[in-house]
Design a protein around this ligand. Sequence first.
Ligand code: NAP
Length: 281
Amino acid sequence: TEVENFPGFPEGIMGPDLMDKMQAQAERFGAEVLYDDVVSLDVDGPVKRVTLGSGAAHEAATIVYATGSAPRKLGLAGEARLSGHGVSYCATCDGFFFRERVIAVVGGGDSAIEEATFLTKFASKVYLIHRRDELRASKIMQQRAFHNEKIEFVWNSEVADILGDDAVTGVVLRSTLDGSTRELPLDGLFVAIGNDPRTHLVHGMLDLTAEGTVWVDGRSSRTSVPGVFAAGDVIDPTYRQAVTAAGSGTVAALDVEHYLAARADAVSSDELETVAAAGGA
Ligand code: NAP
């Protein structure tokens, strides 16, 4: 959706357009982009190995791990069953299916407001269900939502249950003030209650922090394994903005460059020593 706060785009820019521009810029400098899932990593030793869903494997001297974060779940019984049948974590992916329907978004941060605002393009009505009586989202996002006639705020409420056998028909709301419950009929529920870093590929390989992000050394991108660097939301429990992630990518690129330069120096001094030891110096 619309990215409002990326420097250099005073009118805002759509996320996919920003990504296209970044890709074109990287390719101008020789980057080669492959689209596939990474299914496993081997980070031991000086040569790293990345195995893709297609079965192809790539070897490299360094890896930058920048897998971002994944949407947090409510943890309700009906959630997994109705996922894809009215329960969604991505308005841009699924909003289209809710044309002229009544839906709700759960959450009070920037993601929830962004999703709710976007969904008003399709839905006839969007409830925003939040467990407190004030939003965590930035002021500009809040103002936009408050002025949107299709959005109705449901304060001090949490989703206690999701109703429906084959598709969402509603939710049970529980008041966070007095515990009372009531049903709210709905055609869909969008969950936007935050994200968790995607570290599944590196469990047991890289050190993690208490917050679950990949541990890096100070302000660098160096992880606990030499030659493996990490950048973006997967190392950031705090800021998680597109621009901070982009800056973090720059840090990783510079760290990789220094690492490779130091390795090249070490290799050439090893070679010199070998040559000297052989009497050829
Ligand atoms: P967030 O800021 O952590 O907000 C999560 C929201 O969900 C909070 O309002 C929280 O309530 C609520 N919540 C958490 N767990 C819940 C649960 N189990 N049940 C009900 N509600 C729950 O996450 P986010 O909105 O995904 O944003 C993450 C970061 O990305 C932020 O730094 C944000 O600024 C950034 N972001 C920026 C943009 C943009 O600039 N365009 C867009 C999206 C995200 P409480 O408030 O009560 O804790």
